[in-house]
Design a protein. Sequence first.
Length: 185
Amino acid sequence: MLGESFRLIRKAKAAIKPVDVHIFREDVVKILSGPDKGLTGKVLEVFPEADRLPPQIFVEGRNLRKKKIRIGSGEDDYIVVSMEAPLPYQEVQLVDPKTFNPIETMWMYTSEGQKVRVKKMESPTSADIIPIAVQDDGKKNEGLVGCKDTPYDIVQKVTYNDPSHNLFPLSVRGLIELREKMMNK
């Protein structure tokens, strides 16, 4: 028995399936578990990233946590603020905007080829489409000019025009003349 070699076999980890998120910002959801069970609220933010499993959802005014924020250098210089904490995706369910009942959804394609979100049922129709609020990524900086930025109208102004500096060394006529010279030789 002593001296026998033992092989250590490492078990393979189960693959994590990605979650197909059907809830977006501005949707109304119902909370299925926890202290806020049964309450509804508007979705503030959805984080479907793979590093947060399961996807996290922030609901306005729900799942509040208290946080101390320092306002000075002293030991007692802080205020207590209530902030929304994330809820796991599986703990909320989308609310139908027409009936205000919780529903399950799925993705389908319309006859025009557009991907839409519909109620999960045997044969959904166009009346069962759940609209998605317009998603703004918040990264647009159009129209924002800081103190060190050059205004757009000055950037577009042509300030240098040198006629002697030709971008094309040979014009079309010059190319034709050069070609004729080469053919005559």
